[in-house]
Write a protein that binds this ligand. Sequence first.
Ligand code: NAP
Ligand code: GFB
Length: 397
Amino acid sequence: MNKTILVTGGSGLIGNGIQSFVNKNNINKYNFIFLSSKDCDLRNQNDTRKIFLKHKPDYVIHLAAKVGGLFANMNYPVEFYRDNVLMNDVVMELCHEFKVEKLISCLSTCVFPDKISYPIDETMIHIGPPHSSNAAYSYAKRMIDIMNQSYNKEYGCNFTSVIPTNIYGPNDNFNLENGHVLPALIHKAYISKRDNTDFIIFGSGKPLRQFIFNKDLGELFLYVLENYDSIEPIILSVDEEDEVSIEDIAYLIAEAFDIDKSKIKFDKSKSDGQFKKTASNKKLRTLLPEYKFTKLKDGIFETCNWFKNNYENVKKIAKKLYVENGQYVVPRSKDEWVYDVLVKDNGTNICTVGFTKTQTEGALFFNNFEDINKYYDDQDSIKRIAKEYALSHGVPW
Ligand code: NAP
Ligand code: GFB
C-alpha cells in the first residue's frame, strides 16, 4: 500500500511547489494529502487529532506557519510567535502520538543570529540573538530544532528540519502590506504598469538575499524525505554567488513588466531589515553536487506572467473580519478582494480595507473584535481616512 504523506500548509507557496513537482513528474507512489487552514486550525489539538485519525500519515511535511515579509513581522510579533509555537507544538506531539515515521518541519535563514560570520551554516542557529525585526518569529522557529532534538532523545522520534532561504514563485502571497519582497514588488509593478505610476521600492535597495524558486523547493523536500537521514537541520539554498540585492530584483521585475527604469523609486524612509543572511549550501551540495536551480530571471519572469494571468484570483488580502450592514462577518472568499490597504490614524494601524473591482467603498478588515468595537461607532472617519489613504496609493475609491 502507498505510504501517506500529510502536508500541512499544503495550499501555501511551498505546498504549491510540492504539488507542482508531484504533478509534473507523475509521482504516484505516495498518497499525498495537502491541507489548508480550511481543513483544520492546527493551533487546535482536538481538531488536528481528527485529521491525523482520518489520514493516519506515515510521513508529515509540516509547512503551515504564520508567514510574512519584513513589515508583517514588525507589525504583528505576537501572532508570529504564538501561532507558530502553537502549531508546531500540536503537530509535533501528534506526530509522536501517531508514530509518524518521519517529520520534516521548516525553519528559515532569518532565524540565524544577526551578528554572525558569513556564510551561515547549520551549526549556528542558537549562538546569538536574531535580527530584531523578526525576533518573535525566529525564536518560535528555533524551538523546532530544540523540539526535534528533545523528541529524538526521549522517544527516538525521527523529526528533522530544513532551512530554506527567501522563497518565491506562483501562488505566493502577493499582499502589498504583509507579503515578502518579491511578491509585493510584483504586485506593485503590475499596478505601476497599469496606472502609469512610479514603481516604489521600500528601503535603500542595498540589502542582499538568496531566492529559491518554490518548484525547486518542492523537489528538494521530496529528496530530503527520501534521502536525508539526520535530525540535524539542512539549509536548502541556492549557491552563495547567486545572492542578489533588492535593487537587482526590482530591475528584473521592472523588465518583466516592461516598466521604464525612470519609474523605479526608492523610499528610504522604510526599513531595510537585516542587511544580509548569506547561507552556505555546502551540506546540500555534498548530497546533490549537480543540482541545477532555476535561474532567478527565469523564475521571476514565470512568476510575473503567472501573476498577470491570475490577477483576479491571487491571494492578496489578509484573512480578517469585516463589517457589512452592521454585522461582523468573515470575508466570503478571500479571492474576491482585489486590493487592500492598511488604514492608519496618527500612525496607529486601524484596519485593512478590502476592495472588489466593482465596489465604490471598501470593506473594513479589523484585527480583532476590540478594534471593531472601538472604531465601529466612527465609521465616517474610518471611511474618510481609508479614502485618503487609498487615493494616495493609487487605489481607486
Ligand atoms: P504560506 O504561503 O504563507 O502558506 C502558509 C500555509 O499555512 C497555508 O497553507 C495556510 O493555509 C497554512 N496555515 C496558516 N495558518 C494556519 C493554521 N492556523 N492552521 C492551519 N493551517 C494554517 O507559507 P510558505 O511561504 O509556503 O511557507 C511554508 C513554510 O516555509 C513555513 O514554515 C515558513 O515559515 C517557511 N519559510 C518560508 C519562506 C518564504 O520566503 N515564504 C522562507 C523560509 C521559510 P491557508 O492557505 O488556508 O491560509
Ligand atoms: O521578503 P522580505 O519582506 O523579508 O524582504 P526579509 C525585505 C527586504 O525587501 C527589505 C525590501 O530590505 C525591504 O526594505 N523591500 C522593498 C520590501 N520593497 C518591499 C516591499 O514592498 N515589501 C517588502 N516586504 N519588502 C523575512 C522575515 O525577512 O524573510 C521573515 O522577516 C521570513 O521572517 C522571510 O523568514 C523569509 O528577507 O527581510
